[in-house]
Design a protein around this ligand. Sequence first.
Ligand code: CP
Length: 323
Amino acid sequence: MTDTSHHPRQLERDAQGALRNLLDLREIDRDLLLQLFARAQKQLGSDGHIHHSTELSGRTVGTLFFEDSTRTRSAFELAAKRLGATVLNLDVGRSSTKKGETLRDTLLTLQAMDVDLFVVRHGDSGAAACVAQALAGRAAVLNAGDGWHAHPTQALLDTYTLWAKGVDFTQSTITIVGDILHSRVARSLVQALRILGCPKINLVGPSTLLPPWPAHPEVHTGTDLDAVLPESNVVVALRLQNERMRGPLLPGASEYFTRYGLTQSRLDAAQPGAWVMHPGPINRGVEIDSVVADGPRSLILDQVRHGVVVRMAVMQMILENAA
Ligand code: CP
């Protein structure tokens, strides 16, 4: 699939400037983020339960997962159902793509059945933009993770989780540790944190897993986690994406844990009250110790829960723009 990650602006917004697709966070500004957070918060009642409504009754959401997923796929499905939409989960592994049907033809086939919005996860960077181009506005597209490129709803739920905890982004140092190079989560989270005015974002990992990204003044890269912990208000651990590594980029999991694993003693060295996050799936004893993952400063399951309400908010916003 061709990389169209430098896609034209009209894939994201319509002629009136309304959000039509969510491919990455390039077209999102602070006001829109805060509107989404407020909408997501409304989906959680005062009793903490997620609301049900019929707001998207009559609309159809199709999920197309060409890569494995637990959190994202389940959260999108639940979010659509909680809003009253019909959900079509294409079982890609048993679909006619196995008989040689192209992605474009699969999309046009499903769109002919009146799918209003496609949620797409794909191993190729730029795949979501290709889907949006193929659909040419006939249905909306939400990127559920494409290659190394972007995972916008993950960044939205991560920042929503911190916002809901009262974190002042403009006064916080956020440290992201792990396999930054292959991480669409890190790319999108950096975008979201910059939009929210975060003054310092540390990207930390072995030099073989650090990215050659364009520099931003807020973003600092380094290999020494212990050096940046004392200034960190939030520590985000990332999964080692072994499936994306070409050749051995690390000596081994135990050496990685020794230098970069998030342990209680490392958390104790961070700012008082520092929060711990991980997008999941977590590898206990590799990226994070169980004591920390299951401890009182961990927001890992809040992130999962917020994945539903944030995706409800995104689907509402996009589908109300697509009458
Ligand atoms: N965080 C995340 O994208 O998890 P899944 O791969 O389980 O969807």
